[in-house]
Design a protein around this ligand. Structure first.
Ligand code: HSE
Length: 393
């Protein structure tokens, strides 16, 4: 029998208990041993919960119980979650988490402790919710050099954009709905301003390129500056607006990453990804393009990913996953890469051509420029008096 503990009984932690309840028997059959949820740690009282008999408030009970082999950290943030994770790993316990903030900022240190103690620190649920993404990337695509990653990485913003476009629901109403369904972060600004997507592209980049990229090295723009007018112009011209995280391998060991809203052509698979769904496109130098798609947030999808890691840790007790990004990345600012841009304003097509070169006209005073750096695009936008400027994929 394998004993596990959950730290943090919020949306994801409670989802883990629920999926264990639902599927514990089939999981035990696959593992050839039962899983036993021994403790649930939370500062709050859950007297009426069916799990009341195993609720605890004292972390040291988990830390000092040699029977607990795997600890699920679903507390979130970098406060006690960091301290407890360090101590669990140091106590020789595997730790499984959905905490993208912690993995993106302290993954390097926590993986080093796990390595020293010969245990695993696993975080499939930290990116893409329930989508099997990280393990397929580091296992099934291990024979590739990953060249590029592009993804819709935040369910809340994708839900908001979809509701605004398809149902003409106001931004704040759509956000409230996403909060009600347990998709949004405690501070929804982390979703809306792109920080959550930024943490996730950092983790993907760390794993894909084996070098540490910290969130403050990644230029990040959210969806709060998007005007409905641009959503409408884009839709009429055959584009959708999506918040994308992107990481690119560059020559000479360099790399870049950024998060920003993009116009995406309707024939791109990412354009049709709606609601809470996430999708990630990877390009490997042997396999070519691969697309991952599924629910990016929510209790049960995220718990599905958490428990796949729990099972992995138990099935391979004495075998460590070789995950590592101990060296720093050589980052290049994404603003140095030539890209196409959407500009909208009260300028004529002739003016746009004179300033930007051969533009594509979208109608309603909007154009798409030929590829140019962000600095050149900003210069052009200023000359033309543009009211909106967005990336184009
Ligand atoms: N707030 C996150 C999202 C939760 O909306 O995608 C899943 O990481």
């Amino acid at each position: 029998m394998a004993n596990i503990a959950i730290m943090g009984f919020g949306t994801v932690g409670a989802g883990v208990a629920k999926v264990l309840e639902m599927n514990g028997a089939s999981m035990a059959a696959r593992l050839e041993e039962p899983l036993h949820l021994k403790y649930i740690l939370d500062v709050r009282d859950f007297d009426q919960s069916p799990y009341a008999d195993r609720m605890i408030k004292d972390f040291s009970i988990i830390e000092n119980d040699p029977e607990v082999e795997v600890v699920v950290e679903t507390i979130g943030g970098k406060g006690v979650a960091l301290d407890f994770t360090r101590r669990c790993l140091q106590a020789g316990k595997h730790v499984v988490t959905s905490n993208k903030e912690l993995v993106a900022t302290h993954g390097k240190e926590l993986l080093a402790i796990a390595r020293a103690r010969n245990v695993n620190y696993l975080f499939e649920a930290s990116v893409g919710g329930g989508i099997p993404l990280l393990r397929p990337m580091y296992e099934c695509l291990a024979a590739n050099e990953i060249e590029e990653i592009i993804g819709i990485l935040n369910g809340t913003t994708n839900y908001i954009l979809t509701r605004m476009v398809q149902d003409e629901i106001a931004f704040s109403t759509a956000l409230q709905e996403a909060q009600g369904m347990g998709y949004a972060e405690r501070d929804p600004a982390a979703d809306v301003e792109g920080l959550d997507a930024c943490r996730k592209i950092c983790i993907l980049s760390d794993l894909a390129f084996g070098r540490e990229v910290l969130p403050d090295e990644v230029s990040t723009e959210g969806i709060s500056g998007i005007h409905l007018k641009d959503v409408d112009i884009a839709a009429a011209a055959g584009y959708r607006i999506k918040l994308l995280g992107r990481a690119i391998r560059l020559p000479e060991g360099r790399q870049t990453a950024y998060v920003a809203p993009h116009l995406v052509r309707e024939d791109c698979p990412l354009a049709g990804v709606d609601g809470v769904f996430n999708a990630v496109m990877l390009r490997g130098n042997a396999v070519g393009d691969v697309l991952f798609y599924g629910r990016g947030a929510g209790d049960l999808p995220t718990a599905s990913a958490v428990l796949s890691d729990v099972m992995d840790a138990i099935a391979h007790r004495s075998k460590r996953r070789n995950l590592d990004w101990s060296q720093s990345a050589q980052m290049v600012s994404a603003s140095e890469l030539p890209m196409s841009w959407y500009l909208r304003g009260a300028f004529s097509a002739g003016d746009a051509r004179a300033v930007c070169g051969p533009v594509t006209l979208l109608g309603d005073g909007a154009v798409i420029t030929p590829p140019m750096t962000a600095a050149k695009a900003r210069e052009a936008a200023e000359k033309l008096g543009a009211a909106a400027m967005l990336h184009v994929l």
